[in-house]
Design a protein around this ligand. Structure first.
Ligand code: AMP
Length: 295
């Protein structure tokens, strides 16, 4: 709780700093940042931030993990399963953006334009949404988190690293030819929000290379009649999102790799095949002693 509160205020401070600097330059919130990254990151991370729970001192708090990976790889699926197993909130910044869109608040028009083109929301906006979510969770007594979809730029990673200690970054990987099919097959229950996938991916191995089979993840009858498709899961927009991932988010992998925090995980197939292997890679026993497995 205390850690989250400090993270919230620290991230808020960095967001405020970014806001201040962008408005001082009379730039629109949605114009691309033109500030010098070297000096701005220091300013963004606010001067008086205290590092939280550095590595080796995991007592007193829950895990603070990040899930990285291309659109459609399954970050939400695995992060939400792990969050239930470890008792930490799964915080997907894409969900925060969609909630904001659904609220029809003042930001929603600009956000919908950005999201529907597959572009990234400005760092300061996403940090503000994340701060609010962490603050609300802190009030409810949440500790720890599994972040999904954040950070997505090196600048976001720098800010996060400046205010808290991420224990582990799981980089989910899936062959590129399966990603588009998975995005196009994604369906969401408009009532409970659960994700399903109607795509049946069956890639035959060629020239001795491995194939891949991922069965559809079909909804139960009570969700089946309420399925919707995300507006940004069209072929054109998914291709743009994949290209933006390669340009803006790939460097985040290197950021964490250099800090020894990156766990690369190649998904071998569907959930049934991948989940036990992921737990094994994370050294988590799917059973009783969740706490020791988590830290
Ligand atoms: P997702 O559900 O993670 O695919 O996110 C949906 C959309 O929300 C993305 O395509 C972006 O427009 C926006 N978004 C989510 N997370 C971030 C982030 N960390 N930085 C910038 N934009 C984001």
């Amino acid at each position: 709780m205390a850690a989250l509160r400090r993270l919230v205020s620290a991230v808020r401070a960095s967001s405020a700093s970014l806001h201040h600097r962008t408005s001082a330059c009379s730039r629109s919130l949605y114009s691309p940042p033109t500030l010098d990254p070297q000096t701005d990151l220091k300013a963004a991370a606010a001067p008086d931030l205290q590092p939280l729970h550095r590595r080796g001192d995991p007592k007193g708090r829950n895990v603070q993990w990040v899930f990285l990976g291309c659109p459609g790889v399954g970050k939400g699926t695995y992060a939400s399963r792990l969050s239930a197993l470890l008792g930490v909130p799964h915080i997907a910044t894409g969900d925060l953006v969609r909630d904001e869109l659904a609220s029809s608040g003042p930001l929603s028009f600009q956000l919908s334009e950005i999201v529907n083109q597959g572009k990234l929301v400005p760092d300061e906006t996403i940090i503000d949404l994340l701060s609010k979510r962490l603050e609300a969770g802190g009030i409810k007594g949440e500790t720890g988190f599994i972040l999904d979809g954040f950070p997505r730029t090196v600048r976001q990673a720098e800010i996060l690293e400046g205010v808290t200690d991420i224990d582990l970054v799981v980089n989910l990987k899936l062959r590129e030819d399966a990603l588009l099919a998975k995005c196009l097959g994604r369906r969401i229950c408009s009532e409970c929000g659960k994700n399903y996938n109607i795509a049946c991916i069956d890639i035959k191995g060629e020239d001795g290379g491995p194939g891949m089979y991922m069965p559809p993840l079909l909804p139960p009858p009570h969700c089946a009649t309420k399925l919707i498709t995300r507006s940004d899961d069209t072929e054109e927009v998914v291709k743009e999102r994949l290209s933006i991932y390669n340009k803006m988010t790939k460097p985040v992998e290197e950021f964490y790799r250099a800090r020894g925090k990156l766990l690369e995980f190649d998904l071998p197939g569907g959930i049934r095949e991948s989940w036990p292997k992921l737990l094994q890679a994370l050294n988590i026993e799917d059973g009783d002693d969740k706490r020791s497995a988590a830290v």
